[in-house]
Design a protein around this ligand. Structure first.
Ligand code: COA
Length: 420
């Protein structure tokens, strides 16, 4: 592992801005809160990807995502992340065979999905099923741990799209379609949803999407995966933690809400009024802003181009509204939050792009998980390869030492605080 000596997994190895308590925090003992959101705090090293927020640059193991999006397949990126270098033709073919061989879901999982309420939220289904996969994988007899290695990573990368596509069909009252080994990850996903071979433009767009979202340094879900792995929990546990952390709309849950806005806006001319009303209500514009990028997210321009191209092939309305929405959001946020760099992030054009592929908005975050499973598993293996338990401190802000109060002396209020 490279990096400065001792720069591995020491908490708060470097702090990019002064440590402060927020003014609203209660008085605390036992240390100072560095930053509630760990903003600017370096908690570990990684060789996997580099986010250069001021420059708007993202690289995977040194390769710029602009080059990867234009030239690499998702399978090549999986290899790059898991094995540290781009594959040669033999290595890529071998990976493809292994991914294809791992796609099918265990029969009891399919039966269980068939029995799941049709209204279940796709991310709930995905999170639970990723966890359930562990029950069908080999484990050590003495402690139940599963092997965490590139093979189990490929197992998870291969099965995640199958879960998403199976649930997509089952909830529509259709039978899941078995994966086709001859297809790429992107083409196979689209095929498993519809039973039809995707057009090349659709396969290429989804493939580039998977490439662009495969990794992103220590984002919240990846950090959750690494924290879980640092306890020496296995790759299934780490992946389940990651899927759980992805769901919220401050992270991977935003694009479905971006599409909701686009559909509600309905036509480009209404974008400005819609955004002004939203910001006046104190709400956030989904798909805008980023913790790390102080300029436009470098993935956004690639996704924008794909949304434009797919829009031209299928339905140009969604891209047109998204463009108007971005312009309106930039103008309104410039007025409402002067001096704050809030630009389109990766989720913004993901919405019209995936919608053009026929994917429903409540599945967008699941597609994100299909891509990011490559990064999560690579990070888990990197963590386990040079592990130290991640265990930060907290600053205690509760009551001071308090004598024990017997139950008879705790008053007689008749409510529990839980409501009816
Ligand atoms: N719309 C409106 N205001 C926004 C905003 C948005 N999308 N993003 C940030 N802001 C504002 C906040 O309201 C806050 O303003 P204030 O200081 O006046 O209260 C300020 O910018 C800083 O926000 P903060 O939450 O501290 O920044 P962060 O670094 O935690 O934000 C995000 C990063 C992604 C959580 C944030 O930009 C956001 O909520 N975006 C919308 C959700 C989204 O797109 N999520 C996907 C992320 S890839």
């Amino acid at each position: 592992m490279g990096g400065a000596p001792g720069a591995w997994m020491g908490i708060a190895l470097s702090v990019a801005k002064p440590a402060t308590m927020t003014s609203s925090s209660p008085p605390a003992t036992g240390g100072t809160v560095v930053d509630r959101g760990l903003e600017g705090v370096v908690v570990g090293a990684t060789e996997l990807s580099n986010v250069e927020g001021a420059l708007g640059r993202l690289t995977y193991r040194g390769y710029d995502i602009a080059d990867l999006a234009a030239n690499a397949t998702f399978e090549e990126v999986c290899y790059l992340l898991l094995f540290g270098q781009l594959p040669n033709a033999y290595q890529l073919a071998d990976l493809g065979v292994r991914v294809a061989a791992n796609r099918a879901l265990p029969e009891p999982i399919l039966e269980w999905l068939e029995a799941t309420p049709k209204g279940a939220w796709p991310m709930d289904v995905l999170r639970t099923t990723i966890s359930a996969l562990a029950m069908f994988a080999p484990h050590r007899e003495h402690d139940g741990a599963h092997p965490s290695n590139p093979r189990s990573a490929i197992h998870l990368i291969a099965k995640t799209p199958t879960i998403v596509a199976a649930w997509d069909r089952i909830r529509r009252g259709l039978h899941p379609i078995a994966p086709l080994p001859s297809l790429s990850v992107a083409a196979n996903f689209l095929y498993m949803r519809t039973g039809k071979m995707p057009i090349p433009e659709a396969e290429r767009a989804l493939d580039a999407y998977l490439v662009l979202l495969a990794d992103h340094s220590y984002n919240a879900s990846t950090f959750a995966a690494r924290v879980t792995a640092s306890t020496r929990a296995d790759i299934f546990a780490g992946a389940t933690s990651a899927v759980a952390a992805l769901e919220g709309d401050l992270h991977g849950g935003a694009p479905g809400n971006v599409m909701k806005m686009i559909l509600e806006i309905g036509e480009p001319a209404r974008a400005d009024g819609y955004v002004r009303a939203l910001v006046a209500r104190g709400e956030r514009i989904m798909g805008m802003g980023h913790r790390e990028y102080k300029v436009r997210d470098p993935r956004a321009s690639h996704l924008q181009e794909m949304a434009r191209t797919l829009g031209a092939a299928f339905d140009p309305r969604w891209y047109a509204i998204a463009r108007a929405l971005e312009d309106a959001a930039n103008a309104v946020l410039h007025e409402a939050k002067p001096g704050r760099p809030i630009h389109a992030n990766v989720e913004f054009y993901t919405a019209p792009m995936l919608y053009s592929l026929g994917i429903p908005p409540d599945e967008f975050t699941c597609l994100f998980a299909c891509a990011r499973m490559a990064g999560w598993t690579a990070h888990i293996l990197e963590q386990l390869g040079n592990n130290r338990l991640i265990r930060p401190q907290s600053s205690y802000a509760g009551p001071p030492a308090t004598p024990w109060l017997p139950i008879g002396k705790r008053g007689s209020a008749g409510t529990t605080g839980l409501g009816e």
